[in-house]
Ligand binder design. Structure first.
Ligand SMILES: C[S@@+](CC[C@H](N)C(=O)[O-])C[C@H]1O[C@@H](n2cnc3c(N)ncnc32)[C@H](O)[C@@H]1O
Length: 208
């Protein structure tokens, strides 16, 4: 047996992609066996949403971006159990990922569900969705691509609506029911406790 095939045969299958460089853009052809539209979830948590959605849409590729390894491992386990070849996860900070690693205009959708709300006024600067994020989304999405947002935090929701509302490249659109019906881990928990949640979606009408 050739040394390379020995390594392959003893390396367990893994959906967590180790980013080879933090200064060079990803080569997406190395992540998936098929060249298909890419959807990215930022802060993918335990992977519940992505695994279920990727199972329903084998004709798309999905990428979970998550900073916590323990949560990424859950995505890995669930995705392997479901036999998904169209799902990967990367461990990195979301805004950095969009700015430096994701090839421009390569995503057909960005999903951002229940990002950390940072409720204290002095911590709001840490929120992922801000004016700069709309520019990063504009850079990341292919024309016609959509950013899908969900949150339980009213103040954060107002901020999301405000920042996308003033970026003229985006237009407010409906979230299809076939998507809103696929719940995330946090969302299931909010629903069980009767906590109201909000959602919005913005379509990129033209490139940066
Ligand atoms: C409140 S949880 C929501 C998880 C999942 N989206 C859901 O709805 O079940 C937020 C997740 O985003 C991750 N996260 C927070 N900030 C991040 C960042 N800047 N980059 C990558 N992941 C981040 C956290 O580790 C956590 O898993």
């Amino acid at each position: 047996m050739e040394p390379e095939s020995i390594i392959k045969s003893i390396t367990p299958p893994n959906l967590i992609y180790r980013i080879p460089s933090i200064v060079e853009q990803l080569d997406l052809t190395l992540l998936y066996s098929k060249d298909q539209p890419l959807e990215v979830e930022l802060g993918s948590g335990d992977g519940s949403f992505l695994v279920n959605y990727a199972r329903l849409h084998r004709e798309h590729n999905f990428l979970g971006v998550e900073r916590l390894l323990g949560r990424l491992r859950k995505l890995d386990r669930k995705g392997l159990r479901a036999g998904l070849a169209n799902l990967c996860g990367v461990r990195i900070e979301s805004a950095y990922f969009l700015e430096y690693l994701l090839p421009p205009h390569s995503a057909s959708a960005l999903h951002v569900y229940f990002p950390d709300p940072w409720p204290k006024r002095k911590h709001r600067k840490n929120r992922l969705i801000n004016a700069r994020f709309t520019e990063l989304a504009q850079q990341s999405l292919a024309p016609g691509g959509v950013v899908y947002l969900r949150t339980d935090d009213e103040d954060y929701f107002s901020q999301m609506v405000a920042v996308f509302g003033v970026n003229s490249a985006f237009r407010l659109v409906e979230t299809p029911e076939s998507l809103s019906g696929v719940l995330t881990d946090f969302e299931r928990n909010f629903q069980a406790r009767g906590v109201a949640t909000r959602r919005a979606a913005y379509r990129l009408e033209f490139k940066l």
